[in-house]
Design a binder for this molecule. Structure first.
Ligand SMILES: Cc1cc2nc3c(=O)[nH]c(=O)nc-3n(C[C@H](O)[C@H](O)[C@H](O)COP(=O)(O)O)c2cc1C
Length: 321
């Protein structure tokens, strides 16, 4: 049984935080297939401090009673800023089970603000953030980190991991790639294994978890306590139910894609974040592995609104052949 501080999750297979993707719609779908814990989309501290009532923050924090258990992830660069944002967040969303510090985001605009993976280059600040948040807030604090910034240096990485533990982190979530690798290339299972051996905290592995085989591989090669599923769940939520993408027929894909889009229509703020663009992207994910996927994709990309998208999805068996 895993414990993340005071929180005892029922499973050790979580849906990863996915900016732009893990909204209420996606979380509902993943929970229906068995995801044990989901995250709100990552929130920038500045968005909370300067725009806590903005439509964007409102959309990220859209939830409902059954959307539980849930965690949140904050993007920021200083202890004070992160504490301020965390307090606002917890006032709005007291049901959050644990709060995660993002030390993994590779985006250049994030690095410029000295947040995300940049914190790996400033372990002292990362430690201070963890210390302040874990001493001032009434919930467990966790850290998402990568195997390195430009390169994996075992000694530095293990020092950082130990620093997180010493500073008060309750669990570590490790994407086994460096910031430089972004989202491609080999996953460094060895780094996750070494981290697991170096601390007494629950360690979750992330990276290339795309089907049941790669889930098992992560556990076997690293000895990690749990995993977070990221791209492997996008258009493929049945991964939580023990199914592999190849075993899901087109009829099921269509049914779940339409349900997902229906939730998006219901829960996302109209016209705010180019809904149709996101809806097209979601539809393409569900139908990317069908025969004639390229043709299906081009039709989906041309759909002008929600209704047209549903029409194309309904017609896709004819296109897929
Ligand atoms: C679209 C997208 C958005 C992501 N957003 C976040 C995020 O907000 N916070 C975070 O810690 N990781 C984020 N990630 C990283 C994933 O959680 C995960 O660690 C990474 O994709 C590696 O797993 P995978 O190879 O199985 O996809 C994101 C990944 C993708 C593809």
């Amino acid at each position: 049984m895993i414990r993340i501080g005071s929180f005892k999750p029922d499973t050790n297979i979580f849906l990863a935080p996915l900016s732009g993707i893990s909204d209420l719609s996606f979380r509902k779908i993943c929970r229906q297939f068995g995801a044990g814990l989901c995250y709100f989309e990552m929130i920038d501290c500045n968005a909370l401090i300067h725009g806590q009532n903005s439509p964007k923050v409102g959309e990220i924090l859209t939830t409902e009673d059954s959307d539980s258990p849930i965690a949140a992830q904050l993007l920021g660069s200083t202890p004070e800023q992160m504490l301020k944002a965390a307090i606002i967040l917890l006032m709005k969303m007291p049901k959050i089970k644990y709060l995660e510090i993002n030390a993994a985001c590779p985006a250049k605009k994030v690095a410029k603000k000295k947040a995300g993976a940049h914190l790996l280059k400033e372990p002292r600040i990362l430690g201070e953030i963890i210390k302040l948040l874990s001493s001032e807030l009434p919930l467990p604090i966790t850290v998402k980190l990568r195997a390195g910034f430009d390169h994996y240096f075992e000694k530095d990485f293990i020092e950082t991991v130990k620093l997180c533990e010493r500073s008060g982190a309750s669990a570590l979530f490790i994407h086994g790639r460096t910031r430089k690798q972004g989202y491609s290339g080999e996953v460094n299972y060895e780094a996750i294994k070494k981290a697991k051996a170096a601390v007494d905290l629950p360690v979750f592995g992330s990276g290339n978890i795309l089907d049941q085989g790669s889930m098992a591989k992560m556990f076997e090669l690293t000895g990690c306590d749990g995993i977070t599923v990221a791209r492997g769940a996008m258009g493929n939520p049945w991964i939580f139910d023990g199914l592999n993408p190849d075993n899901v027929d087109l009829a099921k894909r269509i049914k779940v894609a339409k349900k997902h889009l229906g939730y998006m229509k219901k829960y996302r703020i109209d016209g705010h974040t180019h809904n149709i663009g996101i809806m097209r992207k979601i539809s393409i994910l569900y139908l990317s592995s069908v025969p004639n996927a390229t043709v299906v994709r081009s039709h989906l990309s041309e759909a002008k609104d929600y209704e047209e998208l549903l029409e194309v999805i309904d017609l896709s068996p004819g296109i897929a052949g």
